[in-house]
Design a protein. Structure first.
Length: 307
């Protein structure tokens, strides 16, 4: 009888699921809506129902389920509140195991899990110690040391987006602090910087709704103001990653998320400022753009239960 493993990446809009063989081969992937109404009471049951439907289609047994959640998680699978879903504090691992009857269940923070996926099957291949930073609406991070996720004592390890990089910012970050990396290196942060002192001679002046893509496209085309914004972005992110490196000394950095679609212009500018701020022993680390895209989470989730 065939045996399968399932990787689950729970997002605010959709849940991504992947069915894997026992050798880590992705056999099929699909998505279901994330129903966040009534404090997210349907999310786990919807996931279980979808997994059971897939198992019934193919026949065989589910031997393990790994899951990434957008919130702080303890090592034993307890979520420490997830505001996006209205979840409080409870054991996602035990609940999922009870609902499915599968004993091999592991749950982690989604950014950490994505980092694990990139290390295993993505641009971090060949390394067992990497730092991944995801640049999207916010800034997420995952730290892998010797093949294991560095979660910290409360599950909040790797929150790179909330490293303080600016001490004169009066605007409050979503976390409640001010001057966080997320306010400068996320898509929203890049747009905010671009709008702050927008110049009429920039191509951005003609944009109705400026996006981070507009900023990077303008910089690639030689727009002086766009280049200034990209340099500022790179300085903040490069400094933050140098701070991380002084603590965990990774072999490589992986940059993912929607903003990373801008390409090598990102790694070039970030690497420059990283090396300017890293001590000699930490200079010249490898910088890579993520390869797995939206599949990083399901790969990382299933790796947790395969190894």
């Amino acid at each position: 009888m065939a045996t399968y493993y399932v990787g689950v990446d729970v997002g605010g809009t959709t849940v991504k699921l992947g069915l894997f063989s026992d050798t880590g081969q992705l056999l099929e992937k699909w998505e279901i809506p994330t129903r966040t109404e009534e404090e997210g009471k349907y999310i786990l049951t919807d996931i279980v129902d979808s997994i059971e439907e897939k198992r019934a289609e193919r026949g065989g047994n589910i031997k393990g389920i790994g899951m990434g959640i957008p919130g702080p998680m303890t090592d034993d699978g307890v979520v420490l509140k997830c505001a996006n879903f209205g979840w409080g504090v409870f054991s996602v691992k035990n609940t999922l195991a009870d609902l499915t009857g599968v004993g091999n269940v592991k749950v982690g923070n989604d950014a950490n899990v994505a980092a694990l996926g990139e290390m295993w099957k993505g641009s971090g291949r060949g390394h067992d110690s990497i730092v991944m930073v995801t640049l999207g609406t916010g800034v997420g991070g995952g730290i892998i040391q010797k093949g294991k996720v560095l979660t910290g004592s409360t599950g909040a390890g790797g929150e790179i987006g909330h490293i303080k990089v600016e001490f004169n910012n009066p605007v409050t970050c979503g976390c409640g602090n001010k001057g966080c990396l997320e306010q400068y290196a996320s898509a929203t942060g890049i747009v905010r910087m671009a709008k702050e002192s927008l110049r009429e001679d920039s191509v951005l002046a003609a944009c109705e709704n400026i996006t981070a893509k507009d900023v990077f496209d303008g910089a690639k085309a030689g727009d002086v103001y766009c280049r200034e914004i990209v340099e500022r972005f790179g300085r903040y992110l490069g400094i933050a990653l140098s701070n991380v490196a002084h603590v965990v000394d990774p072999e490589a950095f992986v940059i993912g998320g929607g903003v990373s679609a801008a390409g090598p212009i990102i790694t070039d500018v970030v690497e420059k400022y990283y090396n300017e701020n890293a001590m000699y022993a930490l200079k010249d680390k490898e910088f890579h753009l993520a390869e797995l895209g939206n599949d990083a989470g399901i790969y990382g989730a299933v790796r947790m239960v395969l190894f």
